[in-house]
Ligand binder design. Structure first.
Ligand SMILES: Nc1ncnc2c1ncn2[C@@H]1O[C@H](COP(=O)(O)OP(=O)(O)OP(=O)(O)O)[C@@H](O)[C@H]1O
Length: 253
């Protein structure tokens, strides 16, 4: 895996008359872990949806590893090296962990074409081996055959992260990965993300837990009402009067 940089320049998006992202510019250096934070409704999820191609911006450019991907369809961005998880876990509870990972690989491999291809011609054994290796890398292989619905929430969240990494992305977007985790599960997630960075992934993380952000992310971008109001280390942005005002003291250390 080669870590990919991301830069957004002058990104702007409105829904009807509502301006949600306004002239947003920031850079996520290759190999970094950068946090995108801000109060509820600041525009963080919309920024993720613009970066992943779910929405088209009204103005501005998005560059991945220096390549302009502003007009690239969402599906093709996965092939270029972007992957994401979602705020709400998107695993199928009645399937096993391994089956969930294999379903994700199926979808990436082409869906309909795959359904029409004789089963025996597909490199299923390779997908299975890759999925098991990805689980083993982060110490989750013992859960491979277990049904998702019986697993603790923290394990399910990390399996959702594993699912997102199977395409070997150079840039991984994580939406609130630590939400709902207990301290032990949070520690396990820290180690998991450290390992992903060591393997060559750039991380862009939306997260409300500032202890988590401080431990994981060297750089922080703060949004409020769709605009960037500060960026720097967590300590720097926590000292910023605009940030303190935006959070009404809620995140101040
Ligand atoms: N598809 C949409 N149509 C209309 N308005 C939208 C749409 N998506 C988001 N919004 C509005 O844009 C604003 C920003 O929403 P967004 O979900 O991006 O914020 P957020 O920072 O991710 O919030 P949270 O921390 O609560 O998840 C909100 O006012 C929201 O209601």
């Amino acid at each position: 895996m080669t870590p990919l940089s991301l830069s957004v320049e002058g990104l702007t998006k409105s829904f009807g008359g509502l301006s949600v992202i306004r002239d947003l510019s920031f850079t996520v250096p290759a190999g970094s872990a950068t946090a995108l934070i801000g109060p509820n409704g600041a525009g963080k999820s919309t920024a993720f949806n613009l970066i992943t191609g779910v929405y088209r911006p009204d103005a501005g450019r998005i560059r991945l590893g220096g390549k302009d991907i502003t007009g690239t369809p969402s599906r093709r961005r996965i092939g270029l090296g972007i992957a994401r998880n979602f705020q709400n876990i998107r695993l199928m509870p009645h399937l096993s962990v391994l089956e969930n990972l294999l379903v994700g690989q199926h979808v990436r491999a082409g869906g309909l074409i795959d359904l029409l291809t004789p089963y025996r011609l597909l490199p299923k054994h390779r997908w299975r081996a890759e999925a098991l290796a990805a689980l083993a890398e982060c110490g989750l292989e013992r859960h491979a055959a277990e049904r998702v619905q019986g697993l603790p929430y923290g394990i399910r969240k990390r399996i959702d992260v594993v699912r997102a990494t199977l395409s070997r992305p150079g840039l991984l977007l994580l939406d609130e990965p630590a939400a709902g985790l207990n301290p032990t599960e949070t520690q396990a997630l820290h180690r998991h993300l450290d390992m992903l960075r060591a393997r060559g992934m750039t991380l862009l993380i939306v997260e409300h837990d500032m202890h988590f952000v401080g431990r994981t992310c060297g750089h922080v971008v703060v949004l409020n009402f769709g605009e960037k109001i500060a960026e720097g280390s967590l300590a720097e942005v926590q000292r910023d009067p605009l940030v303190r005002e935006a959070y009404l003291g809620g995140m101040a250390a």
